[in-house]
Design a protein around this ligand. Structure first.
Ligand code: GTR
Length: 329
C-alpha cells in the first residue's frame, strides 16, 4: 500500500462512512462517531474485543459516543493505521506491540524471544508497573494505551518441512512483521527474514515468494496460511501482546468523565478477549490438525541458545528493561 494516495483514500472512505451515520440522526442530537481499526476479521478475539468496547461505551454514554469498527485491515495494514491514529484520522486502533517498536523502541522488548517465561509472567508484567509505564510512553508519539490483549505464542510455519531445530530454518525465507527485533530474531534463528504486511503473506507463500511465516494458532488459521504452509512447529519463540490504542489528539478532546467511561470499557474488554482467546486457540489447533497440517513441538533449548545474540545486540538499548522483566516473579 502506498501513501499518500492510500491515506487520502482512507480519509474519503471514513468521511463518507461518518457522514452516512450523521445524516441519519435526528436533528440536534449531539453525537460523536469514532472509528476503530483491526487487521483481523470480525470474529477474531481482538476484533470482538473492540466490539465489546463499542457496546459498553455506547450504552454508558446513551449513544452520545458511537464506535464504528472497521475490521480485516479495511483501513490499511498495521504500520499505516498506526500513523493514521497518530494523525487522529483513526480514533481507536488494535495492533500488535511488534510494529510499535518502530514508534517507541522500548516496545521492542516484548518481541524478544522467550522474554516471558509463560502466560502468568507475561500478564504480571503487562498489568504491573512495567506494562503500564511502556503503555504511557506511547503518549510521546501521540497514542494513548487503553488495553493489552492476549496473542498467545508465535511459532514458525512453512511449506517444506518440520522445524525441529534452528538448523532446519536454514535457507528458508520467513515473513516477519515490520519490526527490527523480529527481523533480528528470525535471522538469528537461521532463516532469512522478509518483512511484509500481514495481508500479503497468503499469496506470497502460495506463489513461493516466501517459504513461510510465524504466528499464533488463531492467526495461522483465520488467515488460511495453514492451507499453503502445512508444517507448523510449536517453538513458541515470542509472546507479543496486542495493544489497543487511542489517538491522543482525539483523547484530549474528551471530558474526564468520557475518558473514564472509555478506559473502564477497554479494561473490561480485556477479560472478555482473554477468554475468547483461550477458546479460539484450542479451536484453531483442532481445525488445522483436522485439515492435515503437520504439527510438531521441538525442544526449545536450541532456539533459546540461538536467540542469545539478540539479547547481546539489544543489551545497551534494552538491557535495564530486560533485567526488570526477568526479575518479575
Ligand atoms: C497477529 C496480530 C496481527 C498482526 C499479525 C502479523 O498475531 O494479531 O495484528 O500483527 O500477527 O504477523 O502481522
Amino acid at each position: 500500500m502506498k501513501s499518500p494516495f492510500r491515506i487520502i483514500e482512507v480519509i474519503v472512505f471514513l468521511l463518507l462512512a461518518v457522514l452516512t451515520v450523521s445524516f441519519s440522526l435526528a436533528p440536534h442530537v449531539e453525537k460523536r462517531i469514532l472509528v476503530a481499526s483491526d487487521d483481523h476479521n470480525a470474529t477474531y478475539p481482538t476484533t470482538r474485543g473492540l466490539y465489546k468496547i463499542k457496546e459498553l461505551v455506547e450504552s454508558e454514554t446513551n449513544g452520545a459516543i458511537e464506535i464504528k469498527v472497521f475490521h480485516s485491515a479495511q483501513l490499511g495494514s498495521e504500520k499505516e493505521t498506526i500513523e493514521l491514529t497518530q494523525m487522529g484520522i483513526i480514533d481507536i486502533n488494535r495492533v500488535s506491540c511488534s510494529p510499535m517498536a518502530s514508534f517507541s523502541p522500548n516496545m521492542g522488548v516484548f518481541s524478544l524471544p522467550y522474554i516471558f517465561r509463560d502466560w502468568d509472567h507475561e500478564w504480571k508484567v503487562l498489568d504491573g508497573e512495567i506494562g503500564q509505564r511502556l503503555g504511557r510512553e506511547l503518549e510521546k508519539v501521540g497514542l494513548v494505551t487503553v488495553a493489552y490483549y492476549d496473542s498467545g505464542a508465535r511459532s514458525f510455519y512453512n511449506k517444506h518441512r518440520a522445524i525441529n531445530s534452528p538448523e532446519d530454518l536454514n535457507g528458508l525465507k520467513v515473513r516477519v512483521q515490520k519490526n527490527p527485533v523480529m527481523i533480528d530474531l528470525v535471522n538469528a534463528m537461521g532463516a532469512s527474514a522478509t518483512p511484509m504486511a500481514f495481508e500479503e503473506v497468503y499469496s506470497a507463500i502460495q506463489t513461493g515468494v516466501i517459504d513461510g511465516a510465524e504466528n499464533n494458532p488463531p492467526s495461522y488459521k483465520t488467515t488460511g496460511h495453514y492451507e499453503v504452509a502445512k508444517f507448523y512447529s510449536l517453538d513458541g519463540h515470542s509472546r507479543i501482546p496486542e495493544i489497543v490504542l487511542f489517538s491522543k489528539k482525539v483523547w484530549d478532546t474528551f471530558s474526564d468523565e468520557e475518558r473514564a467511561i472509555i478506559a473502564s470499557a477497554a479494561k473490561e474488554s480485556e477479560e472478555f478477549q482473554k477468554q475468547l482467546w483461550r477458546e479460539q486457540e484450542l479451536e484453531a489447533m483442532r481445525i488445522v490438525e483436522e485439515a492435515g497440517c503437520k504439527i510438531n513441538t521441538p525442544d526449545k533449548g536450541p532456539f533459546i541458545k540461538a536467540a542469545q545474540p539478540i539479547y547481546d545486540k539489544y543489551a545497551s538499548q534494552l538491557g535495564d528493561l530486560i533485567a526488570e522483566i526477568q526479575a518479575v516473579k
